[in-house]
Design a protein around this ligand. Sequence first.
Ligand code: ADE
Length: 257
Amino acid sequence: MHYNILTLFPEMVENGLNTSIIGRAVAKGILSVDAINIRDYTKEKHGHVDDAPYGGGAGMVMQAAPVCDAYEELCRRLGRRPRVLYMTPQGMVFSQSIARELAKEEDLVFLCGHYEGIDERALELIVTDSLSIGDYVLTGGELPAMVMIDCISRLIPGVLGSDLSAEIESFHDNLLEYPQYTRPEVYEGMRVPEVLLSGHHKRIEEWRRRESIRRTLERRPDLLAQANLSRKEQEYLKELLDAIPDSRQPEQGEIPE
Ligand code: ADE
């Protein structure tokens, strides 16, 4: 996967992505990260990339030309026109399933805005997808781009130590992950659940699935509608629901107290 990030702060993205698991995958050549400075494409004497908004109002707007020129030069270099993901709180909220879809691409372009946004004409010309990381407003698109790159990268074969761990994760199967324990067996008087010490793989698997279901019901009941449960697991879920007093049955999307 080749990530290309159009930004006014290339060092922010480079520094953020050159460590840990992503940095190692870049060093191994599984991923590449190319941070392209939009400022390098300005034709203005003083290197300006922004100007006051037509119609008035606070702040500055990033001009269309440097953004489009940076993208067009990248396309000429690559010999194709990759998807352009615009980082904006107005976009569709990023999710594990969007990450799975994007992980299939060969190249991705992340367009990071700053100030009061980017001239709408540049967005109309080059953006294929508008994506948000949640309903809050950040100062720029660099952190959202890094969040998405991290999430997409761990789905690419060879990036994680074991490809299995990308699958056994929160949101796999729309269930939250079961609780994990490591040594010592007793900490502050709290014991590791007996079943995990049993060496009985089938029982451990069953316990973990049940814990995932219980946790999802308690913390993210909205996810359960999409979960793929066996008949036995559906019965377990019903038992859990029956144990909740009637008036306290969680609504779809409600976070129980
Ligand atoms: N830019 C500013 N806020 C953002 C958000 N929540 N998601 C994506 N891009 C953004």
